[in-house]
Design a protein around this ligand. Structure first.
Ligand SMILES: Cc1cc2nc3c(=O)[nH]c(=O)nc-3n(C[C@H](O)[C@H](O)[C@H](O)COP(=O)(O)OP(=O)(O)OC[C@H]3O[C@@H](n4cnc5c(N)ncnc54)[C@H](O)[C@@H]3O)c2cc1C
Ligand code: FES
Ligand code: FES
Length: 1335
């Protein structure tokens, strides 16, 4: 029971975590539940992925007793936003509370691990908790309900399919016969003899037994006191009040009129953390009865201001059952809008008044509330109670409403609709689920009785101005008009006039946003017309050809299949090679027990480093003044370039490429100038923000085009050529020239950059725990900076929460300052970047521009190609040379081009240094190929798939860099893919669909790929291993590669298991360290399992040779006996292994050599449906056939294919890095940078591993897999492009058109030109300053 203060309030925070009572006497209102769990309670299972409610890594279950309903309610919550103070009287369950490796996993954990649904594991605890919460509320959900439970969770590794597969086993549709049952299988895939489709054996699952779940703490159920407490928590900067009665609330608001009311904290939390707003008084009205009440009145349903969005959704759904349809048209639209409003975790805590009063111009609910004229009751002590209608006068200005500062929103009434009123809501965003709107709208029309004559039209738009707006002139002018086609024209004209948006307006996408206002109205017009018909009101009929404009988005539950080659008959049972072994760390990951850098407990004397970074893109540093920061609480020191004992510069590929601390000049925003060392992260970050830097600004170069104009390059161009290009053009029937741009991509690994540098005190020794793909380079740069030999520094990496290339070199930017600080102060120093810091500072995938000229014959045969590729490398060279080289090597994709010249320019710009990213330039090179193929097909009026097939490489062909393709499986993958996908039949169906629908179109296409395997920098093609056999027979394996979710350690254990002839269970990998295997290459280029696998195999061979005499003497002995005997015979049981790839190397000077060890091949067929009016799309089906040789582990390889495809899908369709023309990064977190979510994967997703491919060039005939499949996602892009072509044809537009990647909803919509888009022509480049630029 909480203790009362003399004034009757309580300042004790009491809640339960995993069944244990927590009593906090000094609750700090600024502390989040996540910080409390991780730092105070030592529960690191719950992860920090973004800190802004956008990734779900921090999901926990919160339970409370609902006294009215006399039941316990469980809901998922983002612990990163929930203030710990809001937990009073609640029970929190974290991933650690439901199961553990030691005491047994919970079925949710077990099934996710078994289904291969955890790769790097960083997202996993959050996903587990979303599923667990769902099952606590609904032990046997439908598939559709289950799939929706993850709207608020992101995973960057898996591609989601295995997670959904694992959790499908809990659904009511799942037959307990497991995969033996036809119901659980996807029957579309044809399976050859000798292949298997069982990555998981579902029959053996431990059943879910809800009676085994932890009970709700009886104390919370038995006493009302925690609900009644009047709480006052006084923190360092903020005081938190939780009144219990309305009178107390009004008193407080009167006393502190500027105080913020906090319910979900989903706005205030963001404002305080990211916008650095200060709110000294927070009032939490979550327990004031009037504010949590739901009442049915004559006018409608009245919701208290603190009622959460989930509860509103629930109540409205009940109302749909209770009231006739025509009365609930507003409710239906609100339910539909809530479907796309954030994710469950946000909706479970966010309240309706929070949305209204925040008054965001892109609020999803306000347009609906305005359009239906929702009524508010507002209250204040001074003004009393009054009613305010939400109408065109409600929003007074940016984030200002008609509710006064001292008033609170008591409740809102959502009205019933009269029979003659029709209502709808619309929203378009980058991603359907959990995204803020680009434009949204609420629309109401009322007719005169039994007619289609308008009595009232009410339209409200979000995303079109600084407030939600109503075009009042339009609305007045149409009263009395008939609901007919002429009205559409007039409304469009009026809306165009009344809702202008200047070119370059904040948010950009001006023409698109304006088009959407009309598209939405057109949809509304058709929908209402249909409804009038069903009500038998005389009106013209909606042609069937137009009806697809009115359907709401619907997606069937996802389906999938995975087909792979079975192991050879007779392969020993204990030999795991070729079998779908689970990820080595899966159990720990699902239990939240896997340790990442920031999970390492705080060390004695540890400091946190906060970076002082440039906020200018290009400037001279005039002065830096840290004095104010140094005076702040907890601050210990400020360091800068003057504190570097050795070199203050480093380079991934060339010496002195960039400075560790900028000394005189900054070359990009986010560049590190100095750093503050403080006792806590909050203190360090606040102080770093207070360091004053004076700049002299210089004119930055931001885009590729600007760099070309300024001649700003990092290196002279490189070229590769073959044949005679000029002669080729002469011979060609057609020569076509074009240009295409491809945007960059943010890595968005779920674990941000992190380092813990620990000085060891003796001889300058230092231990560095770093989230890096590149331990050796980390060690060397730190040693050079500290001016000590490399042998004093040990870099240790247990695992990464994703890397994707982003931690290949850029991790060094953050680890080195930590080493410098730790060295200077003699104290451990830690950093884990916040998501926004990471996104601003660490660079990403290179944007590319291609200018091409292609010659081809009438038949579609390509005869000549000349391409200039330009990449945006950013402020330093980093790995950009090699990235460009790979793009050049892949500028043929999978096609024989007899005469070809391709040249690469690496542009130097004032943007963060771009770096390695899965595919490493390959996807950019290949994308440009497919762009001109698409143009070529358009020119000839042929199917692009035909052109592709016609030009495919054949066995023995040579590439443009002269490497022979043998064996070459391109044609085989292509043919298999055409067959598996049933392409020809479905293409006909697509054509029929397109002929029957004007506003939805489909496209289907097949894309092949070929990917060269090897580092293009020759010296990196080496690897080492170290294998110890202990006396008990257990084996400790170490190799040079880093585990980042890709399953490398699992594969290496499989290799060692076969090589030593022992079960995998006897082999352990602890970590990667520079003290065990030195001089390692970065884990990259997909080559790690090839290189390290060979090194492991070589070490194992050596050990087996040594054991051979012992085995010979005791042929029937066991492994343990042989090892023991060997020990007593003094045989060395430890050895290293080494491997270098033979026979490779390419010389750009001579244009000769063999850059790659071998090639991986694949093909994908995707079918996409687009909404021509909004630019929305859905991937209906994807079939992939991929050549992985003899797969070492089909579960891991298929996981890599699906993960790469999904990441590539983000690159091609969704992820848009946005930067201002002056170099300010707008995309700083999941709120405004969208990676694919659960709902974006193909509705049907089939993967087949090509049968019968063997590869002599890599360990046990396997092939590399990490990067090669990524490009197959372009099949979605080009299927969408074909769909757009069909839409354009309907509008009378034939021939080629430009579609750059990513094909965002904006680009799709604007390419589907029609009567609406034509009203908004794009202004000439140079006549205005765009909001963001194509980098
Ligand atoms: C990840 C994420 C996704 C989101 N997605 C969406 C989305 O899809 N669509 C969308 O529209 N919004 C979205 N939002 C914004 C936000 O969730 C909503 O605006 C939410 O409704 C705010 O409610 P809250 O309870 O969390 O507000 P809080 O942050 O607790 O408060 C917000 C404001 O409301 C005021 N306030 C609260 N209650 C009252 C009251 N009774 N009387 C007067 N003032 C009051 C507070 O003083 C404060 O100024 C998202 C936010 C996040 C973090
Ligand atoms: S860390 Fe909380 S949602 Fe991302
Ligand atoms: S496994 Fe999901 S982010 Fe890595």
């Amino acid at each position: 029971m909480s203790v009362e203060n003399p004034d009757g309030t309580s300042s004790e925070l009491v809640f339960f975590v995993n069944g244990k009572k927590v009593l906090e006497k000094h609750a700090e209102p600024e502390t989040t539940l996540l910080q409390y769990l991780r730092q105070k309670l030592g529960l690191p299972g719950t992860k920090l992925g973004c800190g802004e409610g956008g990734c779900g890594a921090c999901t926990v279950m919160v339970s409370r007793y609902d006294r009215e309903a006399q039941t316990v309610r469980h809901f998922s919550v983002n612990a990163c936003l929930a203030p710990v103070c809001s937990m009073h009287g609640m029970a929190v369950t974290t991933v650690e509370g439901i199961g553990s490796v030691k005491h047994g996993l919970h079925p949710v954990q077990e099934r996710l691990a078994a289904s291969h649904g955890s790769q790097c594991g960083f997202c996993t605890p959050g996903i587990i908790m979303s599923m667990y919460t769902l099952l606590r509320n609904n032990p046997q959900p439908s598939i559709a309900t289950m799939e929706k439970a993850f709207e608020g969770n992101l995973c960057r590794c898996t591609g989601y399919r295995p997670i959904l597969d694992g959790f499908r086993t809990f659904t009511k549709e799942y037959c307990q016969m497991g995969e033996n049952c036809c119901r659980n299988k996807n029957n579309n895939q044809k399976q050859e003899e000798g292949t298997a489709s069982r990555l998981v054996n579902g029959v053996d699952y431990v059943p879910l037994d809800p009676s085994q779940d932890p009970i709700f703490p009886p104390e919370l159920r038995n006493t009302e006191q925690y609900d009644r407490d009047y709480l006052v928590y006084r923190g360092e900067r903020v005081t938190w009040y939780r009144p219990h009665t309305l009178a107390e609330l009004l008193d407080l608001k009167s006393q502190f009129p500027d105080a913020k009311l906090v319910i979900g904290n989903t706005e205030i939390g963001i404002e305080m953390k990211f916008k650095k707003m200060k709110y000294p008084v927070l009032i939490n009205p979550s327990h004031v009865p009037e504010l949590v009440k739901v009442e049915h009145t004559e006018a409608g349903i009245r919701f208290g201001g603190s009622v959460t969005l989930s509860r509103i959704d629930e109540e409205l759904k009940l109302a749909l059952e209770k009231y006739p349809d025509q009365q609930t048209r507003v409710f239906t639209a609100v339910i539909e809008m809530l479907r796309w409003f954030a994710g469950y975790q946000i909706r479970n805590v966010a309240a309706v008044a929070g949305n209204i009063i925040t008054a965001s111009p892109i609020s999803d609910l306000n347009p609906l509330f305005l359009a239906c004229g929702a009524m508010l009751q507002v209250h204040s002590k001074e003004r009393g109670l009054r009613e305010v209608q939400m109408n065109e006068k409600f929003f007074l200005g940016y984030r200002r409403t008609a509710v006064n500062q001292d008033e609170i929103v008591l409740n809102i009434t959502l009205p019933f609709t009269a029979k003659t009123k029709y209502f709808a809501g619309y929203k378009q965003a980058y991603r359907r689920e959990d995204d803020i709107a680009t434009v949204n709208a609420g629309m109401l029309v009322e007719f005169e009785d039994n007619s289609n004559v308008i009595k009232e039209l009410s339209l409200a738009y979000g995303g079109m101005a600084i407030t939600t707006v109503m075009p009042t002139r339009t609305l007045t002018e149409v009263v009395g008009r008939h609901w007919d086609d002429r009205l559409v024209d007039d409304v469009c004209r009026l809306l165009t006039e009344e809702m202008p948006l200047a070119a370059g307006s904040p948010g950009g996408m001006v023409e698109y946003r304006r088009s959407l206002t009309l598209s939405f109205f057109f949809k509304f017009y058709l929908t209402v017309q249909q409804q009038l018909q069903t009500m038998h009101i005389p009106t013209s009929k909606v042609p069937s050809y137009f009806q697809s404009a009115t359907t709401l988005f619907h997606k069937d539950p996802s389906r999938s299949s995975q087909i792979f080659q079975e192991v050879a008959p007779g392969q020993l049972q204990q030999d795991p090679v070729g079998r779908p072994l689970g990820h080595f760390s899966a159990a720990k990951q699902v239990a939240g027990e896997a340790i990442y850098i920031d999970d390492i407990p705080k060390m004695h004397n540890e400091l946190y480093i906060g970076f002082v970074m440039s906020n200018k893109a290009y400037a001279n540093i005039i002065s830096v003044d840290p004095s104010a920061a140094l005076a702040m609480p907890g601050v210990v020191d400020y360091i800068c370039h003057k504190d570097v004992p050795g070199h203050n510069s480093w380079g991934a590929a060339v010496q002195d490429d960039e400075e560790i601390f900028a000394s005189k000049q900054v070359l990009t925003q986010g560049q590190i100038i100095g750093a503050i060392l403080a006792e806590t992260q909050a203190q360090a970050q606040r102080a770093a923000d207070s360091v004053k830097v004076e700049y002299e600004e210089l004119e930055p170069v931001i885009t590729i085009k600007e760099a070309i104009k300024a001649g700003s390059y990092h290196r002279p161009p490189n070229s590769i050529s073959c044949g005679d290009v000029e002669a080729g053009f002469q011979q060609a029937d057609h020569v076509l020239e074009g240009e295409s741009h491809m945007g960059g991509q943010e890595h968005f690994y779920l674990e941000d950059h992190a380092t813990l540098a620990v000085p060891r005190g003796e001889d300058g020794e230092m231990e560095m725990f770093v989230a890096t793909q590149n331990p050796s380079e980390t060690q060397h740069v730190a040693a050079e900076a500290l001016d000590i030999p490399a042998n004093r520094i040990v870099v240790r990496v247990k695992r990464l929460g994703g890397g994707f290339g982003g931690k290949e070199t850029r991790s060094i930017v953050f680890s080195t300052p930590c080493a410098i600080a730790a060295n200077k102060l003699g104290r451990p120093v830690r950093v884990m970047l916040d998501r926004d810091e990471d996104m601003v500072m660490s660079g990403g995938r290179h944007p590319f521009l291609a200018r091409y000229k292609v010659g081809f014959m009438d038949s579609g045969k390509i005869v000549a190609l000349e391409v200039n590729l330009y990449s945006n490398a950013g402020m330093s060279l980093d790995l950009s040379s090699a990235v460009m080289d790979r793009a050049l090597f892949h500028s043929d994709n999978a096609y024989k081009i007899p005469n070809m010249k391709v040249t690469g320019y690496v542009c130097k710009t004032n943007t963060p240094s771009n770096t390695a990213f899965r595919g490493f330039g390959g996807p950019q090179g290949m994308m440009m190929v497919e762009q001109w193929i698409s143009d070529l097909a358009g020119t000839l009026g042929m199917s692009p798939t035909k052109i592709r097939e016609l030009n495919l490489y054949q066995e023995g062909d040579r590439t443009h860099f002269g490497q022979e393709l043998s064996p070459c499986f391109i044609q085989k993958c292509f043919d298999e893919c055409v067959k598996q996908s049933d392409f020809l039949r479905r293409k006909t169906e697509v054509d029929i669909f397109n002929s029957e629908n004007r506003w939805k179109k489909r496209g289907i296409t097949v894309i092949p790929t070929k990917f060269g395997i090897a580092y293009t920098a020759l010296h990196l093609n080496q690897a080492g291993s170290l294998v110890h056999i202990y006396q008990d027979g257990s084996v400790l394996l170490t190799h040079g590669g880093v585990e980042m979710g890709q399953g490398l350690h699992t594969k290496m254990i499989q290799v060692a298991s076969r090589a030593l002839g022992i079960p995998a269970s006897k082999i352990h990998i602890s970590e990667t360290g520079t003290n065990t295997v030195p001089n390692t290459s970065a884990t990259a280029a997909s080559a790690s399992s090839d290189l390290n696998g060979m090194a492991v195999m070589n070490a194992c061979k050596t050990l087996l040779e040594r054991l051979e005499p012992v085995m010979r003497d005791n042929p029937k002995g066991t492994w343990e006996e042989w090892v023991k005997a060997a020990y007593f015979r003094r045989i060395g049981l430890s050895t290293t292994g080494f491997y270098k790839t033979p026979g490779i190397g390419f010389d750009f000077e001579s244009g000769k050599g063999k850059p790659f060890n071998y090639f991986s091949y694949g093909a994908a067929c995707s079918e996409v449906e687009i909404d021509c009016l909004t630019g929305d799309h859905v991937v209906l089906r994807t079939d992939i056939v991929f050549d992985v040789g003899l797969s070492l582990n089909p579960a891991i390889d298929i996981g890599q294919i699906e993960g790469a495809f999904t990441q590539g899908y983000g690159l091609m369709m969704m992820e848009q890095v946005k930067m201002s023309p002056k170099g300010f990064m707008f995309t700083r977190g999941p709120g405004n940078y969208k990676i694919p979510g659960f709902g974006d994967i193909p509705v049907e997703f089939n993967v087949t591993l090509l049968k019968g491919s063997v590869n002599e060039k890599a360990v046990y005939s396997s092939k590399a897999i990490g990067e090669p499949p990524l490009f197959l996602s372009s099949s979605v892009f080009f299927a969408a492009k074909e769909a757009i072509s069909a839409a354009r044809a309907d509008a009378g537009l034939h021939g080629n058109f430009r579609l750059d990647s990513p094909a965002t909803p904006e680009r799709i919509r604007m390419a589907c030109e029609d009567q609406f888009t034509q009203r908004f022509p794009k202004p000439e480049e140079g006549t205005y300053t765009p909001w963001f630029v194509d980098l």
